[in-house]
Write a protein that binds this ligand. Structure first.
Ligand SMILES: NC(=O)c1ccc[n+]([C@@H]2O[C@H](COP(=O)([O-])OP(=O)(O)OC[C@H]3O[C@@H](n4cnc5c(N)ncnc54)[C@H](O)[C@@H]3O)[C@@H](O)[C@H]2O)c1
Ligand SMILES: [Zn+2]
Length: 345
């Protein structure tokens, strides 16, 4: 999956990695928040001011228009095939910057430095890059593995708590896919300490789960679908929030989606009821209440529009137990409505 470095000395590592690239050939993609909060940690790494490319904050700027802007800036800066694009930011910056780098001159060098928890454990690793298009998320993109990802959890010191728990949902997902032991460990995490050096090891273990799956199936023909655990129900909560103009986070939807997947696993795969309750109660203590009351029918119809479906019905990843998952588990409308009813209780 390319090289992934875990460190608390991000500037030193980046300097070593791009030492051979002349300063005018280095480009840095940031958004306003990563520029303000994170650029100082790259002190000592030289970029020309005109090669710092700032894009808009948030999902709205993950568009072809923004990619066009990045390409213009690369062109104006005289970027060449051996130039390096360093993406410093959350998943929006790494998805978009990665896509821009992968297409420019058919591909320039790319380094990701993720600065949100979500991008550290998920978005910046695995090679999926892209942008939203005509209202569809990640509709245009390519698989392109960055040559290096540098993960430094010191960046997380300035990350708002809501963003921390958003990324943390993907870590719970990884732990569920991995083992009882990982699950046990992840439920002990102190979410106030994500920027402390001890947390780096926890990040490393979480990313290793994604790394193993992606290495086996880089382009999501099979086992990589396991990483969609929680994302089928999650997709419905996320889409409903977007359509209703609610302020709600991807990872918060995933957390609710994990509850749905666990309930479905109890129903269909013999997942242990008591363990399910422990995990569900834990998730419920961390994440805020869903801000609206969509009907089960509304959520079901949103699930039908999930691009993970392939015409055979609604496609889930389910589990027999932590570490034992099944991809391509199709569930009936009645089963889905039953689970949504259980979740509402
Ligand atoms: N490529 C993949 O495999 C993959 C996987 C999961 C998610 N994603 C994508 O990732 C995106 C979501 O990622 P995200 O949650 O990182 O979103 P984001 O990039 O919008 O970052 C969230 C917010 O945190 C701010 N921020 C970034 N670093 C900060 C810091 N250190 N301190 C304070 N604020 C900071 C950002 O400016 C933004 O406001 C979505 O577009 C999603 O589609 C991609
Ligand atoms: Zn996700």
């Amino acid at each position: 999956m390319g090289r992934i470095l875990f460190t608390n000395r991000v500037a030193d590592e980046l300097n070593v990695h791009i030492a051979s690239v002349e300063v005018p050939m280095r480009f840095l993609v940031v958004d306003k928040n990563s520029r303000q909060n994170c650029l100082s940690l790259l002190e000592g790494v030289e970029f020309l001011p005109q090669n710092i490319i700032e894009i808009g904050v948030g999902e709205g700027s993950k568009s072809l228009e923004t990619v066009h802007y990045v390409w213009e800036r690369l062109e104006q800066g005289g970027a060449r095939r051996n130039s390096v694009v360093v993406n410093l930011g959350g998943g929006v910056v790494t998805d978009l910057g990665g896509f821009a780098a992968a297409c420019f001159k058919r591909g320039v060098r790319c380094v990701n430095i993720p600065t949100t928890l979500l991008s550290q454990v998920d978005a910046s690793v695995g090679g999926k890059t892209g942008v939203n298009f005509m209202g569809f998320k990640n509709e245009i993109g390519v698989f392109s593995i960055p040559e290096l990802v540098i993960i430094d959890n010191s960046f997380l010191a300035t990350l708002p708590y809501a963003e921390v728990i958003s990324g943390y949902a993907e870590m719970i997902k990884h732990a569920l896919l991995c083992s009882y032991e990982s699950l046990d460990k992840i439920m002990q995490v102190d979410l106030m300490q994500v920027a402390s050096p001890d947390f780096l090891q926890i990040l490393r273990e979480s990313v290793a789960v994604k790394e193993r799956v992606v290495d086996e199936d880089p382009t999501e023909k099979g086992v990589r679908k396991a990483l969609n655990l929680g994302h089928t129900f999650g997709h419905a909560f996320e889409s409903f929030a977007i359509e209703s103009g609610l302020e709600w986070y991807h990872g918060h939807s995933v957390a609710y989606g994990l509850i749905g997947a666990i309930e479905m696993s109890v129903l269909k795969c013999g997942f242990n009821r008591e363990l399910a309750d422990t995990i569900i109660n834990y998730i419920r203590t961390i994440y805020p209440e869903y801000p609206e009351n969509p009907t089960s029918e509304e959520l079901y119809s949103l699930m039908l529009h999930d691009k993970k479906n392939d015409g055979n019905g609604v496609n889930f990843t389910l589990m027999h137990e932590p570490g034992e998952f099944m991809i391509n588990s199709y569930c009936s409308k009645q089963e889905i409505l039953d689970v949504l009813k259980i979740m509402q209780r």
